[in-house]
Each structure stands twice: as structure tokens, then as C-alpha cells.
Write a protein that binds this ligand. Structure first.
Ligand SMILES: [Zn+2]
Length: 244
């Protein structure tokens, strides 16, 4: 496996002009391109790095508890990610703070510029998880699909509001109210793949994301709180604010 670390010239310049806190912008974000089979060109790396650095600054402005020294692993994959704008991601660890994003090589014939919205939206989503401590390997939350529904819902709504990018994959219908109730009744060991991100045997997809999107918007409406204000609360408090 070949891993290239890329610190772009633009990032250096960005640091020089924008960093007056005494802490270098480079210390806050490290972009690593993982090129197992599919490579990135140098201009693509610069484009992606700049997008990530700009997104990080925007997220930190509204979520100041976003950890420092975040590692962002960027990978090019042959997966079909059309339904999510050609980009997906995951928050791997809180310590050291690490996220990974995968860019589809097949989305709009592999033109990386067309992934701009998807990259921004994914970075906002995963950084929101980091700010709350919702990570795969050292998660700060307990088991259970309700916690996943709340944390994914918060990240979906946060990314939609702050980037303007809305994915059909996270959309909900009037049925979402009963989906939330279904999730709240699930046993602690219910299948994550079936109930949160994968496909349920009855044909529904991404139930936790869609129900979470609905739940957070309902909690915002009933409490008058913003998604950032809700993001400081525990899942049980948010579920209660939404009226469940
Ligand atoms: Zn997520």
C-alpha cells in the first residue's frame, strides 16, 4: 500500500494569511491520499485539499469543539455512489481524530471537480461526528440504534443546512414518524446494517438516516433550537424535545 502525504502549497499560503491564533492550520488538518489502485493527479490533490481545508475552517467556526490535528484519508474507489453525490465517508477514530472519505471514480466520468458539493457535504457530516465523538473504533456513545439515529440525523441536518447540498438518500416522508417509533422500540442489539445505513428486508434503505433527519427537524421545530444548539445535547434529550 502506497500512502502519499500531500501538504499543498495553497494550504501553506492559507496558513500564512489566515492563521493568527499561534497554531498552524497545518497542525489542524492533515490530508492523506491513499492510492491503492486508483491514483489522483496533482491538480486533483490540490483541489481536494483546498476544499477540505476551507470546509474545516467553516465547520470550526460553528462547532468550536471540533478536535485539532484531524487526519483526513482520501481514497478513490470504483463504487457506484451516484445516490450520494459520488462521495461517502466514515469517522474512524476520535483519538487520534481520523476520518476517511471515498470518491467515486465512476461519478460523472471521474471528473473530480463535479464532486465538490459531495466532498463538502461529506466533510461537514464527518466533522460533525468528530465534534460529538461518534466514531467507529472509539465511540463515546452507548450501543443502540436510537443513538445512531440521533447522531446521524444531526450530521445530516447540519451538512444540509450549512452546505445547501441535499441528498435524496436521506430524504423522508410522512411515514418517518412511525419509523422513529419503530427504532425507539428496537432491542439494543438490533442490526446496524438493517436499521441505519443498509437495506431492510422490506425494501427500505438508510432508515436511521432518514428517520434521524426527520427527528432532528422535528426537535428543531418544537424546541426552537438550532441544529448547533441541539448538537450539544444527549440523544435522549433530543428525542424528548422531538416529542417521543
Ligand atoms: Zn454519519
Amino acid at each position: 500500500m502506497k500512502i502519499l502525504k500531500v501538504f499543498t502549497l495553497s494550504a501553506l499560503m492559507f496558513c500564512c494569511v489566515a492563521c493568527n491564533s499561534g497554531k498552524s492550520q497545518l497542525e489542524k488538518i492533515e490530508v492523506v491520499f491513499q492510492e491503492d489502485s486508483l491514483k489522483f493527479s496533482e491538480p486533483q490533490k490540490i483541489f481536494i485539499s483546498e476544499l477540505i481545508h476551507i470546509s474545516e475552517k467553516e465547520v470550526r467556526n460553528v462547532l468550536p469543539n471540533l478536535p485539532d490535528s484531524i487526519k483526513v484519508i482520501v481514497e478513490r474507489v470504483n463504487w457506484d455512489l451516484d445516490r450520494v453525490g459520488g462521495v461517502t465517508g466514515r469517522t474512524e477514530r476520535n483519538s487520534p481524530p481520523t476520518i476517511a472519505i471515498q470518491l467515486s471514480n465512476s461519478f460523472r466520468r471521474g471528473i473530480v471537480d463535479s464532486l465538490e458539493l459531495g466532498i463538502r457535504s461529506t466533510v461537514f457530516h464527518e466533522f460533525h461526528h468528530l465534534a460529538r465523538g461518534w466514531a467507529i473504533y472509539d465511540n463515546k456513545f452507548g450501543y443502540g440504534i436510537p443513538n445512531a439515529m440521533v447522531n446521524e440525523g444531526l450530521a445530516v441536518v447540519f451538512a444540509e443546512i450549512y452546505t445547501g447540498y441535499i441528498s435524496d438518500a436521506n430524504a423522508f416522508t410522512d411515514e418517518a414518524d412511525s419509523w422513529v417509533k419503530e427504532i425507539l422500540d428496537l432491542p439494543l442489539d438490533a442490526s446496524y446494517n438493517k436499521w441505519v445505513m443498509g437495506k431492510h428486508p422490506d425494501g427500505r434503505t438508510s432508515i436511521g438516516y432518514r428517520a434521524g433527519n426527520y427527528l432532528i427537524r422535528k426537535a428543531m421545530k418544537t424546541s426552537g433550537k438550532s441544529v448547533v444548539e441541539l448538537s450539544a445535547l444527549k440523544p435522549i434529550e433530543i428525542i424528548s424535545l422531538a416529542g417521543y
